[in-house]
Design a protein around this ligand. Structure first.
Ligand code: DGT
Ligand code: CA
Ligand code: CA
Ligand code: ZN
Length: 574
């Protein structure tokens, strides 16, 4: 979670207490604490980990306790209790502009409304304008706001934005006047959700580029268009900004439009001390007409006396200090990945056979893969019972024997049942080379019960990795709650890897939790969770989140050679 997430939860708590009719001082305290966190330039998690939370103005012991719990569990009891007592739908109502906590309380108290659908009905039948303090205008505003929320459900998941941006980039790259083109902004940094897409073009002749961009078939509406910037909205509602610059300043412009804003603030502060100025036009010393660096990002960082900072680390945390001291991690790269340990085949819900998956893996240059089809508890996926797994293991061994270029491991994605037991005969699990254990049901357990459930699975001694460890659906369902520290520590102790699942709907673990898991000493594994040959590509999203987590190849299990992987597994599973 970043500082904004912590601040948001505190604000929601304040609003929920207001709706419930809580103590005004306490409500004010939560609002003030949220403001303090929002204006912090340092990562709140670093402050929590140093135990310096209560040094911040407006953060007392009580609020500090909630924040620490959020750090450990991703959520806090107070927030959960308030939502359980009132209604989770209230969180959506809070997104409606013009409806502060006081008005939501009035609607809730007078009409018992706590969700957007009932609110729409009440507004359309003119019950809202009859409440004291509400008028016809407010009622109309509520309806149009509900429409806006329904249309644009906030930020776009990274994988979706990536495929749209990639296609726009590839079309524009064809133009004669385009020297080079890059995706910038939060998408280049690999944030898991994207506000809008930013494209940057180097060109000597910008007019035809803007013209072509405005005329793309994907474009619904041109929001603004000038010599250097065009903004459009696509038919799918996504906004795209295109900027054009001269090739001489492409590096500094790319750096500028990649962001983040927080990274820029920190970098400018440092440059100022060195008597330097940074802008999208370059790094400047005394002479403000000729830049000292501007053509490439590498030049720019060289000029500032910094190691090159990869875009994934440009979030304004501690990357600049580390770059200044040659202490940046050597982030894992696609070429470091030697195999993929999470994929499905036609045996359950995949669309390709074992042979087809193996063939694609060879084309990708992998040394090994594991076939991990579902166990029977996942009935919708046609999960395997013990007999089918037995046959599947034999089939995998047979295909592996006939295949010299690739080591194909016999594996399974076994379900972790409600009580933490594994949905498969233990003998057969022991026979598998690789066992991913995942939760696919009973997401609503209490944090305590979920923690016990995961711990029990880890302690079985049969599991090699925990699959998509939080169960969140990107832009959809939140992950289940449990005590991350307890589970990650337990995984570290038992040499069970935690997965960074790259499939487009998940990105799970996310970067923050992956960094935390690493900090707790757990090993990570990056999996595509492919359900087709093409699905193997999704490993890239997992790699990108691992990079945002600051991870190096040596922390990642599937960067080992096949021999070392098998040796490690043998040592840890007996
Ligand atoms: P997003 O679109 O909300 O996911 O996040 P970004 O980071 O893509 O932000 P966006 O699209 O507003 O701007 C792209 C980059 O341009 C941003 O990361 C840094 C740079 N930038 C834009 N506006 C400002 C600004 O007002 N100040 C500074 N320092 N940089 C800016
Ligand atoms: Ca953006
Ligand atoms: Ca933008
Ligand atoms: Zn799964």
């Amino acid at each position: 979670m970043d500082n904004r997430d912590y601040a948001r939860v505190l604000k929601e708590i304040a609003a929920l207490m207001q709706i419930k009719g809580g103590n005004q001082f306490r409500i004010r305290a939560f609002e003030n604490a949220a403001r303090t966190i929002e204006t912090q330039t340092e990562s709140l998690e670093a402050i929590i980990d140093r135990g310096e939370l209560t040094d911040l103005s407006g953060i007392g012991k009580g609020i500090a306790r909630e924040l620490q719990q959020m750090r450990q569990q991703g959520s806090c009891d107070l927030h959960r209790e308030l939502l359980a007592e009132l209604d989770p739908g209230l969180l959506t109502l809070m997104k409606i502009q013009g409806l502060g906590p006081k008005r939501i309380k009035a609607i809730y108290d007078e009409l018992g409304i706590a969700d957007p659908e009932s609110l729409r009905q009440a507004a359309e039948t003119h019950q809202i304008q009859q409440l004291s303090g509400f008028g016809k205008k407010t009622e109309e505003k509520i309806v149009s706001e509900l429409d806006r929320l329904a249309r644009n459900q906030g930020r776009i998941p990274l994988p979706r934005a990536q495929s749209i941006a990639g296609s726009l980039r590839d079309q524009l790259r064809e133009l004669d006047s385009v020297d080079s083109i890059e995706i910038a902004g939060s998408l280049r940094r690999g944030r898991e959700t994207i506000g809008d897409i930013d494209l940057l073009v180097a060109t000597e002749d910008s007019e035809p580029v803007h013209q072509a961009f405005r005329s793309l078939v994907e474009v619904e509406e041109v929001l603004l268009s000038g010599d250097t910037k065009t903004s459009v909205r696509l038919h799918n509602g996504i906004q795209v900004d295109l900027r054009t610059v001269e090739p001489e300043i492409f590096g500094s412009a790319l750096h500028y439009f990649t962001g983040s804003k927080e990274h820029h603030v920190a970098l400018r502060t440092r440059a100022k001390r060195q008597g330097l100025k940074i802008s999208e036009y370059g790094v400047f010393g005394e002479d403000e007409s000729t830049p000292l660096a501007s053509r490439s990002e590498q030049q720019l960082f060289d000029c500032l006396g910094l190691d090159y900072i990869p875009p994934e680390l440009r979030e304004g945390t501690d990357e600049i200090e580390r770059a200044a001291n040659a202490r940046l991690p050597r982030l894992v790269e696609p070429g470091d990945i030697r195999g993929d340990l999470h994929m499905h085949t036609t045996e359950t819900d995949g669309r390709a056979t074992i042979e087809e998956m193996a063939h694609t893996a060879i084309e990708r240059g992998y040394e090994f893969i594991a076939i991990t089809d579902h166990s029977q508890a996942v009935r919708v996926a046609n999960g395997m019972n013990a007999q089918r797994l037995g046959e599947q293991i034999k089939a995998i061994r047979r295909i592996d024997d006939a295949c010299d270029e690739l080591q194909i491991l016999a594996g399974i994605e076994v379900d972790i049942l409600k009580d933490g037991s594994l949905d498969m005969d233990h003998q057969l699990l022991a026979e598998c080379d690789w066992v991913v254990a995942s939760v696919h049901s009973h997401f609503g357990l209490s944090a305590e019960a979920m923690t016990e459930r995961l711990v029990r699975a880890i302690e079985s001694g049969l599991v090699c990795a925990l699959g998509h460890p939080t169960g969140r659906i990107l832009g959809g369902r939140d992950g289940y709650s449990y005590d991350f520290q307890t589970v990650f520590d337990c995984a570290a102790k038992h040499d069970v890897a935690l997965e960074i699942n790259g499939s487009t709907g998940r990105l799970d673990l996310n970067a923050e939790l992956a960094a935390y898991a690493h900090q707790r000493g757990a090993r990570l594994v990056i999996g595509s969770d492919a359900h087709s040959c093409r699905g193997l590509d999704d490993i890239h999203f997992g790699i990108q989140q691992a990079r945002r987590a600051g991870l190096e190849a040596e922390s990642i299990l599937n960067c080992l050679s096949a021999d070392r992987l098998l040796k490690t597994l043998k040592e840890t599973r007996t």
